[in-house]
Write a protein that binds this ligand. Sequence first.
Ligand SMILES: C[S@@+](CC[C@H](N)C(=O)[O-])C[C@H]1O[C@@H](n2cnc3c(N)ncnc32)[C@H](O)[C@@H]1O
Length: 258
Amino acid sequence: MSSSELPEYALVNREQWTRVNAEFTDANANAAWSQEEITWGQTHAREADVGVLGDFAGKDVVELGCGTGYFGARLKRNGAARVVGVDVTPAQLESARRVNEASGLGLEFVEANAEATGLPDSSFDLAVSEYGASIWCDPYKWIPEAARLLRPHGELVFLRNSTLRVLCTREEMPSDTETLQRPQRGLHRIEWRNPDEVEFALGHGDWFRLLRVTGFEVLDLVELFATEDTPESTYYEFSRAWAERWPLEEIWRARRRS
Ligand SMILES: C[S@@+](CC[C@H](N)C(=O)[O-])C[C@H]1O[C@@H](n2cnc3c(N)ncnc32)[C@H](O)[C@@H]1O
């Protein structure tokens, strides 16, 4: 996909994910792919406990911002008929394809911006994102794209940083604070400098309204606190102690009304 077709923030984020990929070995990827149990994000909440995916056996799934593909791999291993991973970073997809080949699981991968995938209308039963489009894409673009890709009554399930976490994050390490670092009013695009990244976030009211006007009904919003499996310190230095008191992450589940 040529750079001129991508928004500037997708190019910034693609560079960063190319750097991250260089530190991520196939051994890391293999370990992540071989996990059978479906867990969510940095809290490692178990799908068996949160129950947001419904019965996806035999369903066609698209993962928006699939990275190295481990989340989709777990869905395939647990019965999904077809899993298509979409990602904008070629290096991430190369890792995903190598592990996919070795695993024999048969996922498919597409290099594209998750805000405009080029995949056919109404071709999936379930769209998921675990720290993919859910934080790196503009919600006003990727949520309508997810709606377009889903069949009538298809479901969208995505994990993101909780709004409270976004409001309490600072650039310096450790980045978790107990004080608000930015206003919620106008929350949308967040630019980080160390490293250079562009993230997107909305408050709950704006998420709810966006999903509703895009043709979804909201089925669930699960806030994730630390579990017994949450590490002491997560990526970007959010501590377990913080996540014991406030939600570190949240999962939205929505269904296309028609
Ligand atoms: C944290 S990783 C996703 C992890 C994923 N759950 C997995 O199983 O590996 C974030 C991914 O989002 C991708 N991404 C960032 N911006 C994107 C965009 N505009 N379209 C598609 N993917 C994007 C990055 O390339 C990166 O691979």
